[in-house]
Design a protein around this ligand. Structure first.
Ligand SMILES: Cc1cc2nc3c(=O)[nH]c(=O)nc-3n(C[C@H](O)[C@H](O)[C@H](O)COP(=O)(O)OP(=O)(O)OC[C@H]3O[C@@H](n4cnc5c(N)ncnc54)[C@H](O)[C@@H]3O)c2cc1C
Length: 474
């Protein structure tokens, strides 16, 4: 039964302080809440997870380099010293613009905080381009649950291959298919290859993990499409050297437990036998975008992202901001820096306007959000990455060192940084990996929960969702 939880409803406008509600604890939500420190406003941050997730390192959780905790410290812990912030667990199911309130629920309790300002930073979800049934056999890479499931699936097929005496089944078990050759797909394929070639050899008696076949495929004609041509070629060469088979212009038309059906350019379908598939091919904006659009008349782009004004507000609502992966503005990509800078911009704006209001001044004129592109990076393998900053193009070791420094700097909290640095030292200086533990529950939990919800006719949305193709290939 859902009942309202009065204790969780914030004290609204105590001491005439304005109340800011933030939806999401990703880069956008967290950075806006942190910027509101000492802003003279009360903040309620609501998210459906209890952690802040550093998504760019999820592939390292999936391949046993980092633990979940190293890339996902608790939001409550990060904000514990910021007295003006209250952190609440909740799945936001409704935004009511006319009443300036939202509804979120968790543990059968419903919370309906009113807001003076709302920051919607609900991000995006995995997209299967309308084929949600693929999700059962090809998990995505958007959450800690996803990464742990993928880790479980990768390591489990090696175990099963050791047990079987059927050569065809062994080949099927040792064929890994990563769908989507964007940064996540490239990083994941490279790390599965290193796992098979550097970490696991010597641990099995009947199979040679080095025999694993790793296929990276994409419907697009290139790997790492956002990158410069030279860097794309460099990444593809490094992957091939690691033994990764790259299949481009290849569209997935079906996925089942034992493999995939793909269609190449100008050819009929063919089948790839594979027990372990991972989907990193596309993202779709949070369904909250649709709610905002319906109520405000704002339009959505192809990826379901809300088209916002230059000050990141929803058209017609000067106190409702949409940031990060959920916003569409000037064709900005769905990357961490857009969310971080958007969060800081909105936080500063609310802070400045709150100060002006307290001083009895008129609201200062808003300057438009101005995004500063700090460049892009992707790791391909140990000691090898590609990076582009302005006109600078770097590949191999130098790019990898920069990648390492930047990711350490952006991990939230010094304990996460120290712990990640130690895990990297262990992984990259030798052949072992510190986080190869898997559990049966990790592998079956997502599909089991989805089946349960179907049986119960539950309103709770399944862990994957319908989609629109997005600009970021994973
Ligand atoms: C695997 C992967 C690798 C990536 N690699 C890179 C990279 O190398 N470089 C880069 O710049 N970017 C990368 N990105 C993109 C980057 O992570 C995103 O652009 C960034 O996280 C967007 O931040 P956000 O705050 O908008 O959304 P998110 O970080 O996705 O956060 C969304 C938040 O909203 C919460 N939420 C969603 N719906 C609800 C709801 N209904 N109710 C309550 N809470 C809700 C979620 O729990 C989460 O806390 C990667 C993304 C992925 C998935």
């Amino acid at each position: 039964m859902i009942s309202e939880n009065p204790a969780a409803t914030p004290a609204h406008n105590a001491d005439n302080r304005r109340h800011v509600v933030v939806i999401g604890s990703g880069f956008g939500g967290l950075f806006s809440a942190k910027t509101l420190k000492r802003a003279g406003v009360d903040v309620t941050l609501i998210a459906r997870t209890t952690h802040h997730l550093f998504q760019p390192l999820l592939y390292q959780v999936a391949t046993g380099i980092l633990s979940g905790g190293e890339v996902a410290p608790t939001t409550r812990g990060i904000l514990r010293r910021q007295q003006n912030v209250k952190v609440l667990l909740g799945d936001v199911t409704n935004i009511n613009l006319a009443r300036s309130s939202i509804t979120s629920s968790a543990a059968d309790l419903s919370t309906v905080p009113p807001f003076d300002s709302l920051i919607v930073a609900a991000g995006a979800q995995q997209s299967y381009f309308g084929n949600d049934r693929f999700a059962e056999h090809a998990p995505g890479m958007k959450t800690i649950d996803d990464a742990l499931e993928v880790r479980g699936r990768i390591l489990r097929v090696f175990e099963h291959a050791e047990l079987t005496s059927d050569p065809a089944e062994r080949a099927r078990l040792l064929t890994f298919v990563v769908v989507g050759a964007g940064p996540t797909g490239v990083e994941l394929a490279g790390q599965i290859a290193e796992l098979a070639q550097r970490t696991l050899p010597g641990s099995f008696r009947h199979i040679a993990p080095q025999d694993a076949r790793i296929v990276l495929l994409d419907a697009a004609p290139a790997v790492l499409p956002p990158f410069d041509l030279k860097l794309r070629d460099k990444a593809a060469t490094t992957l091939r050297r690691l033994g990764v088979e790259i299949q481009l212009d290849t569209m997935v038309t079906d996925v089942d437990e034992d493999g995939l059906v793909v269609r190449d350019k100008d050819s009929a379908g063919r089948r790839i036998e594979s027990r372990c598939k991972v989907w990193s091919a596309g993202v779709a904006a949070s369904p909250l975008g649709q709610q905002l659009a319906t109520q405000s008349g704002a339009t959505l782009d192809r990826a379901g992202r809300v088209r916002v004004n230059p000050d990141l507000t929803l058209p017609g609502y000067s106190d409702v901001f949409v940031i990060g992966d959920l916003m569409s503005l000037d064709r900005l990509p769905g990357v961490a820096q857009v969310a971080i800078q958007g969060g800081r911009y909105v936080g500063k704006l609310i802070k400045t306007e709150a100060a002006a209001r307290r001083a009895g001044h008129v609201r200062p004129e808003r300057l438009p959000f101005n995004y500063h592109d700090k460049g892009s990076m992707a790791t391909v393998a140990r000691f090898s990455a590609v990076a582009q900053f302005g006109r600078i193009r770097l590949g191999g070791g130098p790019a990898w060192l920069i990648w390492l420094a930047v990711h350490l700097a952006y991990l939230v909290g010094y304990k996460s940084r120290i712990s990640a640095a130690l895990s990297w030292l262990l992984t990259f200086s030798g052949s072992s990996r510190p986080h190869l533990t898997i559990t049966r529950q990790q592998v079956i939990a997502r599909t089991a929960l989805d089946h349960l919800h179907t049986l119960e006719g539950s309103d709770t949305p399944p862990t994957h969702s319908t989609s629109h193709p997005a600009n970021r290939p994973g």
